[in-house]
Design a protein around this ligand. Structure first.
Ligand SMILES: NC(=O)c1ccc[n+]([C@@H]2O[C@H](COP(=O)([O-])OP(=O)(O)OC[C@H]3O[C@@H](n4cnc5c(N)ncnc54)[C@H](OP(=O)(O)O)[C@@H]3O)[C@@H](O)[C@H]2O)c1
Length: 351
C-alpha cells in the first residue's frame, strides 16, 4: 500500500514510517519544514511539503494514497482549542478525499480517563473536560465510516515511551530537575497506562492494513502504572528524593497527574492479533533514556566508586579490618553523593 502519514517526523511517526516500509509499504510523509523533510526522506519515505493548515495539500496527499495515518498534532497547550480546531479541519479534509473509496483512515487519539475503572475500547471518548475536543475529533473521524471510509481510532496511553521520547515522562523528568524533587500528586496511587513506541508503531500498521471500519483500538501494554512508581525511578536516576507536590507545581501536567486513568487493550489484541512485545514503562525508565549525558556520566562515576569501595571492603574484610575504618570511605561518599553513600552503607550491613 502507499500510505500518507501526517506527523511522520514526530515521535510516534518516526517509528511508524520504518514499521510500514519494513512491511513492504510505501510512505508519503507530510513535512512542514526542511528539517522534517530531511528526516522523512532519510527514513526512506517520499516527502509531501505542507502543514496541517494546508487543506488542499492534505486532500492531495490522501487522494494519491491507498490509506492515511493521521498523527500530526500541534502540541501547544497554551492554544489547545486552536490546535483542536486545526485537527478537526485536517481530519475533515482527509476524510472528504477518501469518501466512498473504502480506503483506511487511522487517527491518533487518547485513552479515556474513568477514575477507579479500567477504560476499554467500548468506553466513549470524553465529551467534557480537557480532552473533550480530542474526543469530538475522534467521533467525527468514526462518523466517516458512513461516508465510505474505513476509519479507525488508535487511542494512545499517557506515555508512549522509548529512547528519544519527549512526551509527558520527559516533561515530568524536567520538572523533577527544576524542583529538586521527583514529585507526584496526592498519594501517587493514580495510574497511567503506557506502551513502548515500537509496539505503538506495529499497532498503527495493523490498523491501516486490516482494522474493520469504525474500530476503536487501545494502544496499551501497561494497564496502569502508579505515578509514585514512575516518580521513584525518575528520582533514583536523577539522585533526587521522591515526594508529593501540589498539582500546580506541574503546570498543565498537574491536572493529568491528578486523575486515575488505567486502560486495557484486550479487545484490540483479540481483534488484530496484536501483542505488545517491548519492555514496560518502569523497565524502560530504568534504562536511563530520560537522563542527560552529564547525569549518565555522574551515575557511571558513582557506580565506579561503589565498585571500588566494594573491592576495598572485600580486601579489608579478608584482613579483618575494624568496622570504623570501613566507615571512613562511606563518610567521604556521603559528603559527595547521597545515593552512593546509601548503597555503600547498605552493602556494609552484612559485615
Ligand atoms: N506521545 C505520546 O505519548 C502520545 C500520547 C497520547 C496521544 N498522542 C498523540 O499521538 C499523535 C502523535 O504524537 P507524537 O508523540 O508523535 O507527537 P510529536 O512528537 O509532537 O509529533 C507531532 C508531529 O506533528 C507534526 N506537526 C505539528 N504541527 C504541525 C503542523 N502545523 N503542520 C504539519 N505537521 C505538524 C510535527 O511536525 P514537525 O516534526 O515538523 O514538528 C510532528 O511530525 C498526536 O496526535 C498525539 O497527540 C501521543
Amino acid at each position: 500500500m502507499r500510505i500518507f502519514v501526517t506527523g511522520a517526523s514526530g515521535w510516534i511517526g518516526s517509528a511508524v514510517v520504518p514499521e510500514l516500509i519494513g512491511a513492504g509499504h510505501q510512505v508519503l510523509g507530510l513535512a512542514r519544514s526542511d528539517a522534517s523533510a530531511e528526516a522523512i526522506a532519510a527514513a526512506g519515505a517520499e516527502v509531501l511539503r505542507g502543514g496541517l493548515e494546508d487543506l488542499d495539500i492534505l486532500r492531495a496527499g490522501a487522494a494519491s494514497s491507498d490509506g492515511v495515518i493521521h498523527l500530526a498534532f500541534i502540541h501547544d497547550f497554551t492554544r489547545f482549542e486552536a490546535s483542536i480546531q486545526t485537527d478537526a479541519r485536517a481530519i475533515e479534509a482527509i476524510g472528504a478525499a477518501l469518501e466512498d473509496s473504502c480506503k483506511p483512515l487511522v487517527i491518533a487519539s487518547g485513552t479515556p480517563a474513568l477514575p477507579g475503572c479500567v477504560a476499554t475500547e467500548r468506553d466513549e471518548s470524553p465529551s467534557d473536560g480537557p480532552a473533550a475536543g480530542r474526543g469530538a475529533n475522534a467521533r467525527a473521524a468514526l462518523d466517516m465510516t458512513a461516508r465510505g471510509v474505513r476509519t479507525s481510532v488508535v487511542r494512545l496511553p499517557r506515555s508512549v515511551h522509548g529512547k528519544g521520547d519527549h512526551g509527558f515522562i520527559a516533561i515530568l523528568t524536567g520538572i523533577a530537575r527544576d524542583k529538586g524533587v521527583s514529585g507526584y500528586v496526592g498519594d501517587g496511587s493514580n495510574r497511567w497506562p503506557a506502551l513502548h513506541v515500537l509496539d505503538a508503531a506495529r499497532l498503527f500498521r495493523l490498523a491501516v492494513e486490516k482494522a474493520p471500519a469504525g474500530s476503536v483500538l487501545h494502544a496499551v501494554a501497561d494497564e496502569g502504572v502508579p505515578i509514585r512508581d514512575i516518580a521513584a525511578v525518575i528520582g533514583r536516576h536523577l539522585n533526587l528524593p521522591t515526594a508529593p507536590l501540589p498539582a500546580e507545581d506541574f503546570g498543565f501536567l498537574g491536572m493529568i497527574l491528578a486523575v486515575d486513568q488505567p486502560a486495557s487493550s484486550i479487545l484490540t489484541r483479540e481483534l488484530l492479533g496484536w501483542q505488545p512485545v517491548q519492555v514496560g514503562l518502569i523497565e524502560d525508565l530504568d534504562k536511563g533514556h530520560y537522563r542527560t549525558p552529564v547525569e549518565s556520566a555522574l551515575r557511571s562515576i558513582n557506580s565506579f566508586f561503589c565498585l571500588s569501595m566494594l573491592s576495598a571492603m572485600c580486601f579489608m574484610k579478608r584482613r579483618k579490618s575494624s568496622f570504623s575504618s570501613l566507615l571512613k570511605p562511606a563518610r567521604f561518599l556521603s559528603s559527595t553523593n547521597r545515593t552512593t553513600a546509601r548503597i555503600f552503607c547498605a552493602t556494609l550491613l552484612p559485615f
